[in-house]
Design a protein around this ligand. Structure first.
Ligand code: AMP
Length: 174
């Protein structure tokens, strides 16, 4: 007999006012803490990966948790996109705008090149600035983005508008 589908919504905890007033933080730690739910979530994410994909690109830091698990499940390699000053070798960086101020993401310059096709993954799509910057990093190294995957999409923030032309998939939307 088939197992009943897991309701992933039961494993996402809302934390109002974190990290600042007005924001409701979507806490994925209950999902990570449940082995069955975490594995099922990663398995569902893997269904969005085409056969011609070469690498999983994960965004620091919660994108690493899902991205590394996804890489292990699929047998693909994992490439980290990190906050400034963390990667040790020659890096390519991009500055991007936040709601208030600027931020920066970096990737190892030799991690990708032309002919590579990647999946980008993060835990959550909000305004899309982080994912857009990562798409640009990957493209600037000559590689192609097959799709962007998120465990959660906050649809009301319309982040996917900043990722036009790229397939976007989520497990849960709010
Ligand atoms: P954005 O660039 O606005 O799409 O924000 C996406 C990044 O910020 C992701 O790495 C998320 O982990 C984090 N983030 C933004 N909003 C939230 C939220 N409400 N709950 C949890 N993480 C968030």
């Amino acid at each position: 007999m088939n197992q009943p589908a897991i309701n992933f919504r039961n494993f996402i905890r809302d934390i109002p006012g974190f990290p600042k007033p007005g924001i409701t933080f979507k806490d994925i730690t209950p999902l990570l803490a449940n082995g069955e739910a975490f594995a099922a979530c990663v398995s569902e994410l893997s269904c969005f990966i085409d056969d011609d994909v070469d690498f999983i690109v994960g965004i620091e830091s919660r994108g690493f948790l899902f991205g590394a698990a996804l890489a292990q499940l699929t047998g693909l390699g994992f490439i980290p996109v990190r906050k400034p000053g963390k990667l040790p070798a020659d890096i390519h960086g991009i500055d991007y705008e936040l709601e208030y101020g600027m931020d920066r993401l970096e990737i190892h310059r030799d991690s990708l090149s032309e002919n590579h096709k990647v999946i980008i993954i993060d835990d959550l799509l909000a305004t899309g600035g982080t994912a857009e910057a990562t798409v640009n990093l990957v493209k600037q190294l000559g590689a192609t983005v097959s799709a962007c995957l998120f465990v959660i999409e906050l649809e009301f923030l319309k982040g996917r508008k900043r990722l036009e032309g790229i397939p976007i998939h989520h497990i849960l939307n709010y």
